[in-house]
Design a binder for this molecule. Structure first.
Ligand code: ZN
Ligand code: ZN
Length: 237
Protein backbone atom coordinates (compact mmCIF):
# COMPACT_ATOMS: atom_id res chain seq x y z
CA UNK A 1 0.00 0.00 0.00
CA UNK A 2 1.06 3.59 -0.63
CA UNK A 3 2.24 5.20 2.58
CA UNK A 4 2.77 8.94 3.04
CA UNK A 5 5.99 9.45 4.96
CA UNK A 6 8.48 11.87 6.46
CA UNK A 7 11.43 10.04 8.02
CA UNK A 8 13.48 13.04 9.18
CA UNK A 9 12.04 15.29 11.88
CA UNK A 10 13.60 16.97 14.91
CA UNK A 11 12.02 17.63 18.30
CA UNK A 12 12.89 19.99 21.15
CA UNK A 13 15.57 17.49 22.18
CA UNK A 14 17.75 18.71 19.31
CA UNK A 15 19.38 21.96 20.47
CA UNK A 16 18.56 23.49 17.07
CA UNK A 17 14.97 22.15 17.21
CA UNK A 18 12.30 24.64 18.27
CA UNK A 19 10.93 24.25 21.80
CA UNK A 20 7.44 24.13 20.26
CA UNK A 21 8.50 21.01 18.37
CA UNK A 22 7.35 18.81 21.24
CA UNK A 23 6.68 15.12 20.59
CA UNK A 24 2.93 15.78 21.00
CA UNK A 25 2.92 18.79 18.69
CA UNK A 26 5.00 17.32 15.90
CA UNK A 27 3.09 14.04 15.85
CA UNK A 28 -0.29 15.77 15.79
CA UNK A 29 0.87 18.26 13.16
CA UNK A 30 2.02 15.33 11.00
CA UNK A 31 -1.39 13.71 11.43
CA UNK A 32 -3.10 16.95 10.37
CA UNK A 33 -0.82 17.22 7.35
CA UNK A 34 -1.89 13.81 6.13
CA UNK A 35 1.05 11.55 6.99
CA UNK A 36 0.61 7.83 7.65
CA UNK A 37 4.07 7.39 9.15
CA UNK A 38 6.87 9.63 10.43
CA UNK A 39 10.23 9.11 12.11
CA UNK A 40 11.60 11.18 14.97
CA UNK A 41 15.31 11.70 14.28
CA UNK A 42 16.96 14.01 16.79
CA UNK A 43 20.69 14.61 16.63
CA UNK A 44 22.59 11.71 18.25
CA UNK A 45 19.73 10.75 20.61
CA UNK A 46 16.49 8.76 20.66
CA UNK A 47 15.32 9.97 24.07
CA UNK A 48 12.14 11.68 22.81
CA UNK A 49 11.08 8.60 20.82
CA UNK A 50 9.14 7.01 23.73
CA UNK A 51 6.93 10.13 23.95
CA UNK A 52 6.53 10.44 20.17
CA UNK A 53 5.50 6.79 19.84
CA UNK A 54 2.91 7.15 22.62
CA UNK A 55 1.59 10.40 21.10
CA UNK A 56 1.44 8.59 17.76
CA UNK A 57 -0.59 5.74 19.23
CA UNK A 58 -3.06 8.27 20.60
CA UNK A 59 -3.23 10.28 17.36
CA UNK A 60 -3.40 7.27 15.06
CA UNK A 61 -0.10 7.73 13.20
CA UNK A 62 2.86 5.37 13.15
CA UNK A 63 6.12 6.73 14.58
CA UNK A 64 9.42 5.07 13.71
CA UNK A 65 12.07 5.48 16.42
CA UNK A 66 15.17 7.05 14.87
CA UNK A 67 18.17 9.32 15.15
CA UNK A 68 20.19 11.63 12.93
CA UNK A 69 23.67 10.35 13.72
CA UNK A 70 26.62 12.64 13.09
CA UNK A 71 29.55 10.45 12.06
CA UNK A 72 33.16 11.04 13.08
CA UNK A 73 33.65 12.86 9.74
CA UNK A 74 30.70 15.19 10.54
CA UNK A 75 28.45 13.51 7.98
CA UNK A 76 24.78 13.31 8.90
CA UNK A 77 23.08 9.93 8.54
CA UNK A 78 19.51 8.96 9.43
CA UNK A 79 19.18 5.74 11.45
CA UNK A 80 15.78 4.04 11.84
CA UNK A 81 14.93 1.11 14.11
CA UNK A 82 12.22 -1.57 14.19
CA UNK A 83 11.56 -1.18 17.92
CA UNK A 84 11.90 1.45 20.62
CA UNK A 85 14.07 -0.91 22.64
CA UNK A 86 16.65 -1.22 19.85
CA UNK A 87 16.61 2.54 19.27
CA UNK A 88 17.23 3.27 22.95
CA UNK A 89 20.04 0.71 23.08
CA UNK A 90 21.65 2.37 20.06
CA UNK A 91 21.19 5.80 21.65
CA UNK A 92 22.99 4.60 24.77
CA UNK A 93 25.84 3.22 22.65
CA UNK A 94 26.20 6.41 20.59
CA UNK A 95 26.49 8.47 23.77
CA UNK A 96 29.54 6.45 24.84
CA UNK A 97 31.30 7.44 21.61
CA UNK A 98 30.63 11.18 21.89
CA UNK A 99 32.83 13.85 23.45
CA UNK A 100 31.37 14.56 26.87
CA UNK A 101 30.91 18.27 26.20
CA UNK A 102 28.20 19.90 28.29
CA UNK A 103 25.45 21.76 26.41
CA UNK A 104 25.38 25.52 26.96
CA UNK A 105 21.66 26.20 26.54
CA UNK A 106 22.25 29.94 26.05
CA UNK A 107 24.43 29.29 23.01
CA UNK A 108 23.08 26.10 21.45
CA UNK A 109 19.50 25.90 22.75
CA UNK A 110 17.56 23.57 25.03
CA UNK A 111 17.67 19.79 24.80
CA UNK A 112 14.35 18.90 26.43
CA UNK A 113 13.24 15.33 27.07
CA UNK A 114 9.44 15.24 27.26
CA UNK A 115 6.55 12.89 27.79
CA UNK A 116 3.64 12.52 25.38
CA UNK A 117 1.71 15.35 27.06
CA UNK A 118 4.46 18.00 26.71
CA UNK A 119 5.63 17.63 30.30
CA UNK A 120 9.39 18.26 30.56
CA UNK A 121 11.00 15.19 32.13
CA UNK A 122 14.53 16.58 32.01
CA UNK A 123 17.27 17.76 29.68
CA UNK A 124 20.10 15.94 27.94
CA UNK A 125 23.23 17.49 29.41
CA UNK A 126 25.77 16.41 26.77
CA UNK A 127 25.77 18.59 23.63
CA UNK A 128 24.07 16.46 20.99
CA UNK A 129 25.34 18.16 17.84
CA UNK A 130 28.96 17.05 18.14
CA UNK A 131 30.42 14.28 15.99
CA UNK A 132 30.05 10.75 17.33
CA UNK A 133 32.95 8.29 17.25
CA UNK A 134 31.30 6.16 14.54
CA UNK A 135 32.90 6.53 11.10
CA UNK A 136 31.04 6.62 7.80
CA UNK A 137 32.66 3.29 6.91
CA UNK A 138 31.26 1.62 10.03
CA UNK A 139 27.81 3.19 10.31
CA UNK A 140 25.88 0.59 8.29
CA UNK A 141 27.50 -2.30 10.20
CA UNK A 142 26.92 -0.66 13.55
CA UNK A 143 23.25 0.17 12.90
CA UNK A 144 22.74 -3.38 11.57
CA UNK A 145 23.95 -4.72 14.96
CA UNK A 146 20.89 -2.97 16.43
CA UNK A 147 18.59 -4.34 13.67
CA UNK A 148 18.17 -0.89 12.13
CA UNK A 149 18.71 0.70 8.73
CA UNK A 150 20.61 3.88 7.87
CA UNK A 151 20.86 6.26 4.93
CA UNK A 152 23.01 9.34 4.28
CA UNK A 153 21.04 12.53 4.99
CA UNK A 154 20.21 15.50 2.73
CA UNK A 155 22.63 14.62 -0.07
CA UNK A 156 21.88 17.86 -1.91
CA UNK A 157 22.77 20.11 1.04
CA UNK A 158 25.99 22.12 1.14
CA UNK A 159 26.83 21.09 4.69
CA UNK A 160 26.99 17.87 6.75
CA UNK A 161 26.10 15.68 3.76
CA UNK A 162 28.38 12.90 2.52
CA UNK A 163 28.77 14.69 -0.81
CA UNK A 164 29.59 18.06 0.74
CA UNK A 165 32.10 16.57 3.20
CA UNK A 166 33.81 13.90 1.05
CA UNK A 167 32.63 14.81 -2.45
CA UNK A 168 31.77 11.20 -3.32
CA UNK A 169 30.43 7.86 -2.07
CA UNK A 170 32.05 4.45 -2.48
CA UNK A 171 30.53 0.94 -2.47
CA UNK A 172 32.18 -0.01 0.85
CA UNK A 173 29.92 2.44 2.66
CA UNK A 174 27.19 -0.15 1.93
CA UNK A 175 24.32 2.32 1.70
CA UNK A 176 21.15 0.99 0.06
CA UNK A 177 19.18 4.23 0.19
CA UNK A 178 19.87 7.99 0.12
CA UNK A 179 17.95 11.03 1.28
CA UNK A 180 17.32 14.24 -0.65
CA UNK A 181 15.43 17.39 0.20
CA UNK A 182 12.18 18.11 -1.61
CA UNK A 183 13.99 20.59 -3.85
CA UNK A 184 16.64 18.25 -5.31
CA UNK A 185 16.66 17.27 -8.99
CA UNK A 186 17.78 13.69 -8.40
CA UNK A 187 18.81 12.65 -11.98
CA UNK A 188 21.56 15.27 -11.81
CA UNK A 189 23.02 13.50 -8.76
CA UNK A 190 22.60 10.04 -10.31
CA UNK A 191 24.53 11.19 -13.36
CA UNK A 192 27.47 12.32 -11.26
CA UNK A 193 27.35 9.59 -8.60
CA UNK A 194 26.51 6.31 -10.33
CA UNK A 195 26.06 4.42 -7.04
CA UNK A 196 22.83 6.34 -6.54
CA UNK A 197 21.27 4.56 -9.52
CA UNK A 198 21.15 1.32 -7.52
CA UNK A 199 19.91 2.94 -4.33
CA UNK A 200 16.44 3.85 -3.12
CA UNK A 201 15.73 7.56 -2.77
CA UNK A 202 13.70 9.27 -0.08
CA UNK A 203 12.68 12.90 0.26
CA UNK A 204 12.24 14.13 3.82
CA UNK A 205 11.62 17.54 5.36
CA UNK A 206 14.30 17.64 8.12
CA UNK A 207 11.92 20.05 9.87
CA UNK A 208 13.19 21.68 13.07
CA UNK A 209 10.13 23.97 13.42
CA UNK A 210 6.42 23.20 13.15
CA UNK A 211 6.18 25.76 10.33
CA UNK A 212 8.86 23.88 8.35
CA UNK A 213 6.77 20.71 8.23
CA UNK A 214 5.35 20.08 4.76
CA UNK A 215 2.00 18.76 3.61
CA UNK A 216 2.32 15.01 3.00
CA UNK A 217 3.23 14.31 -0.64
CA UNK A 218 5.98 11.67 -0.89
CA UNK A 219 4.90 8.03 -0.77
CA UNK A 220 6.53 4.61 -0.60
CA UNK A 221 4.98 1.23 -1.13
CA UNK A 222 4.99 -0.91 2.04
CA UNK A 223 3.23 -4.19 2.85
CA UNK A 224 2.22 -2.70 6.22
CA UNK A 225 2.59 0.62 8.00
CA UNK A 226 5.15 -0.42 10.65
CA UNK A 227 8.72 0.53 11.64
CA UNK A 228 9.93 -2.97 10.66
CA UNK A 229 8.45 -2.57 7.17
CA UNK A 230 10.30 0.74 6.79
CA UNK A 231 13.60 -0.83 7.88
CA UNK A 232 13.04 -3.68 5.39
CA UNK A 233 12.23 -1.20 2.62
CA UNK A 234 15.46 0.74 3.17
CA UNK A 235 17.50 -2.48 3.25
CA UNK A 236 15.80 -3.72 0.07
CA UNK A 237 14.41 -6.81 1.82
ZN1 ZN B 1 21.42 17.04 9.08
ZN1 ZN C 1 18.20 16.80 10.54
Amino acid sequence: MKIKYDFHLHSCLSPCGDNDMTPYNLVNMAKLMGYDIIALTDHNSCLNCPAAIKAGEQAGITVVPGMELCTAEEIHTVCLFPTLEKALDFSKYVKTTMPQVENDENIFGNQYIMDETDRILGSEEILLTTASGISIDDVVGKVTEFDGAVFPAHLDRASYSVLSVLGFMYPEMNFTCAEFTHKAYIPQYEEKHKLLKNMKHLRNSDAHYLENMLEASETIDLPECTPQAVVNYILGK
